[in-house]
Design a protein around this ligand. Structure first.
Ligand SMILES: [Zn+2]
Ligand SMILES: [Zn+2]
Length: 762
């Protein structure tokens, strides 16, 4: 019934010392294939096993997308007997013959299992835990190596005779699939309501679906933790969830049962389709369709919708199979947590911590060992731009351009992700979250232990952000235990991360644009609009956005009108009451703010580009107060998309006199005010502003062309697809080589990768 096969693939060419083996591993693991890779005297020998379409995909990736430094001369394949299993091993010749077995990420349900789930004649018909060697949970259920059933949370379930036969049969799709199970021997569903009435199996499932249909909030246990779900077409249900979660206007992601449903609510292009239905199945940010019927409150004022397709069999059953009483066709699916806390994954904690959030719990007895949030990806110019790299990706290794000693990089405090490295591989953890409470610190602690266990890396070196008050930095010092802790400037790490992704070995410098919200600068100012001439060893600050006083930290992030007033003050522009941010600022606050700006009391200088986007968005009348960082910029981008401003872009002032070029936003602010007073629509103001920032990038790169022809773009501001597109186009038109993020996020979730490289090149 299955066309499982195993191929030996001999690859000749320049494939050693160029990160080829981790690339092979990553490609195989992301397709749910098992096998091994090793070097021999003439190249690399790969054995790869799985279903035919997966193997075809693998061979296509091998030829189409090898690491930048690899040169493939020939690929010869030969069919060999199947061996089974779900593990992939990298034989590491430098480790005296011992191999490194690597753990796969969690893989979305494959087509074969999906067919069994729907087939009334199959013994796994409607089995919420159907999986095989090509799919199922991995990273979130494996406690230690070697990877076999005993080290997973499936150890508690003894295989029945039928499953045991499949597990032992080399011709079967479940040959040595560790989480294999069936309705007779596997985990069981349980549905709980606050009065602790319990329903089991199918009864529980239909009760959960009925709760969703009636507008309730369901806590449902997924692969990497609990989600909170409700009907995405039911405004009252969504507003209730928002209220309970104290979520402000932050967008919710939605889940759909299949691709056709995704197409009814959002614009799905070809690369997005591949992501939505592939083995990783992240949340994909897609332009929403106007008549989708999805409640506005799912993502208020947001042009995009985060969409994922059901990836676990339980999700498919929750939507219902033919014959089931139908439930909602689109579900809000948001992490089961309160505010910024880590996602709930433990059953007891889910019942207590989500007590005030959920009306019912759909749970089961397959334990989750480590939490793992959904990944978030957007597609820009046909390429993947990761926003959050987590489920489906962690712990896929990233190939390193140079060999590193065993190292742990602890990342940054916002959107924290850590990483370990050894030799030519780096492994990034799943998304941990913002390090602002004890729960997140505890999650960080256990995630780094799990990551070290699964990779076998025992760090000799720790690397942290140079921010003296970061909790991640404190953690590194506290846990150093005599090992060196090296600190790295935040924006230097951003640029190093994008260089590492692209295989740069650090021998040449790049002109790096690091634009983000905030990072600790070497002069103790808050940096964020930086142009650095950088390699891994060091950097020179070529240019910066001119400092403005940041009065109070978070308060100015959440009230863009304050940033607008600070920018006006710095530019010597009067606070006229007709300007939207001036009108939005209560007179008392205005007085205090003016005093702070005049005296410098409680102010830190900042060159943040993220804050400039906030300020301009406020001046254009788009948004004065936000519920989450970058909300103003996201709405501004949405309004500006698709608007052609011709040659009427604004222009920044550029002052070359000092050792560091100063970028002066004053002419831009003046032009925005002029346009606003002439009733120019906010979208056109936004288009002119986005073009101005892209033009600025091109101009500065041109001025530094002698230093480097390569331009690197990183930092959270480059999550802005409009800006990224304009900058790419402008730079490529001028003949620059441009490198942007493909594997790790441009935001602080990608910092750890850069820290690994910089921290080891002192
Ligand atoms: Zn499967
Ligand atoms: Zn069984």
């Amino acid at each position: 019934m299955t066309d499982r096969r195993r191929l030996r693939v001999c690859v000749r060419g320049v494939v050693q010392g160029v990160g080829f083996r981790p690339f092979v591993y990553t490609a195989a693991a992301s397709l749910g294939l098992s096998g091994c890779v090793r070097n021999d005297s003439s190249g690399a020998i790969i054995e790869v096993e799985g279903d035919a379409s997966g193997i075809d995909d693998f061979l296509r990736r091998l030829r189409a997308g090898p690491p930048p430094l690899a040169i493939i001369e020939s690929v010869v394949t030969e069919q060999i007997p199947v061996v089974g299993g779900t593990a992939f091993t990298i034989a590491d010749t430098s480790r005296s013959g011992t191999g490194r077995t690597l753990v796969s990420p969690d893989v979305a349900m494959c087509a074969d299992c999906a067919a069994e789930l729907r087939d009334p004649t199959n013994r796994r018909y409607r089995h919420p835990f159907v999986n095989c060697t090509n799919c199922g949970p991995r990273f979130t259920i494996i406690g230690s190596l070697p990877y076999d059933r005993a080290t997973t949370t499936m150890a508690a379930f003894e295989m029945c005779a039928d499953c045991g036969r499949e597990y032992a049969d080399p011709a079967d799709r479940r040959f040595h699939a560790q989480p294999v199970c069936c309705p007779a021997c596997g985990p069981q569903l349980r549905y709980l309501t606050p009065g602790h009435d319990v329903a089991h199996r199918e009864d529980g499932l239909s009760a959960a679906r009925a709760l969703l249909r009636d507008g309730g909030v369901l806590a449902v246990k997924g692969v990497g933790g609990y989600h909170l779900a409700c009907d995405a077409r039911d405004t009252a249900a969504i507003e209730e969830l928002r209220r309970r979660k104290r979520r402000g206007d932050k967008p919710f992601a939605v889940m759909v049962p299949d691709l056709p449903t995704a197409r009814r609510i959002a614009h799905v292009d070809e690369p997005a389709q591949r992501l939505l239905t592939g083995p990783q199945r992240p949340i994909v940010l897609l332009p929403r369709l106007p008549d989708s019927g999805i409640a506005d409150s799912v993502a208020p004022c947001n042009p995009d919708l985060g969409v994922m397709v059901a990836y676990a069999p339980l999700h498919v059953l929750l939507f219902g199979l033919p014959g089931d009483e139908p439930g909602p066709d689109v579900l809000v699916m948001t992490s089961g947590n309160l505010g910024g806390e880590p996602i709930c994954y433990d059953d007891d904690a889910a019942v207590t911590r989500l007590a005030d959030l959920a009306d019912g719990w759909l749970m089961h007895d397959r334990a989750i060992l480590v939490p793992c949030d959904d990944s978030v990806i957007r597609v820009v110019e046909g390429a993947e731009l990761p926003i959050r790299r987590s489920r489906g990706y962690a712990p896929l290794p990233v190939a390193l351009p140079v060999r590193l000693p065993p190292t742990l990089a602890v990342g940054a405090d916002l959107k924290n992700t850590m990483a370990v490295a050894d030799g030519r591989y780096a492994w990034l953890s799943q998304h941990i979250g913002d390090m602002d409470d004890l729960a997140t610190l505890a999650a960080f602690d256990s995630a780094q232990r799990h990551l070290r266990t699964l990779t076998g890396v025992n760090p000799d070196v720790l690397v942290a952000d140079a921010h003296p008050l970061y909790r991640s930095t404190h953690w590194a010092h506290r846990n150093a235990d005599g090992r060196p802790v090296r600190t790295v400037q935040h924006h230097h790490a951003h640029i190093a991360a994008v260089m590492a992704e692209h295989g740069y070995d650090g021998s040449e410098q790049v002109v790096g644009f690091a634009f983000d919200g905030t990072g600790y600068g070497s002069d103790a100012a808050v940096w964020g609009g930086e142009v650095l001439l950088a390699n891994y060893k060091g950097y020179q600050r070529l240019a910066q956005l001119k400092y403005v006083p940041l009065a109070g930290g978070d308060i100015s992030v959440l009230r863009p009108y304050r940033m607008a007033l600070a920018h006006l003050w710095a530019a010597g522009i009067a606070w006229d009451p007709d300007l939207p941010p001036v009108a939005a600022c209560p007179p008392e606050e205005r007085k205090v703010l003016a005093h702070q700006l005049e005296t410098g009391l409680g102010c830190v200088p900042t060159s943040s580009m993220g804050r400039l986007f906030d300020a301009v968005s406020a001046l254009a009348g788009v948004r004065q107060v936000v519920a989450y960082e970058a909300q103003a910029a996201i709405e501004f981008e949405g309004l500006s998309r698709g608007i052609d401003c011709g040659t009427t872009a604004y222009a920044f002032g550029i002052d070359h006199r000092g050792p560091t070029t100063l970028i002066d936003p004053a002419p831009v602010l003046q032009a925005v005010i002029r346009d606003r007073r002439a009733d120019v629509p906010a979208g056109l103001i936004g288009a002119r502003f986005h073009h101005a920032v892209a033009g600025l990038i091109v101009d500065i790169a041109e001025g530094e062309r002698d230093a480097s022809q390569t331009v690197a773009l990183s930092g959270g501001v480059f999550q802005n697809a409009l800006l990224l597109r304009l900058a790419l186009k402008g730079l490529r038109n001028k003949g620059f080589e441009v490198i942007t993020h493909r594997y790790v996020p441009p935001n602080d979730g990608g910092i750890a990768l850069g820290q690994l490289l910089v921290g080891n090149s002192g």
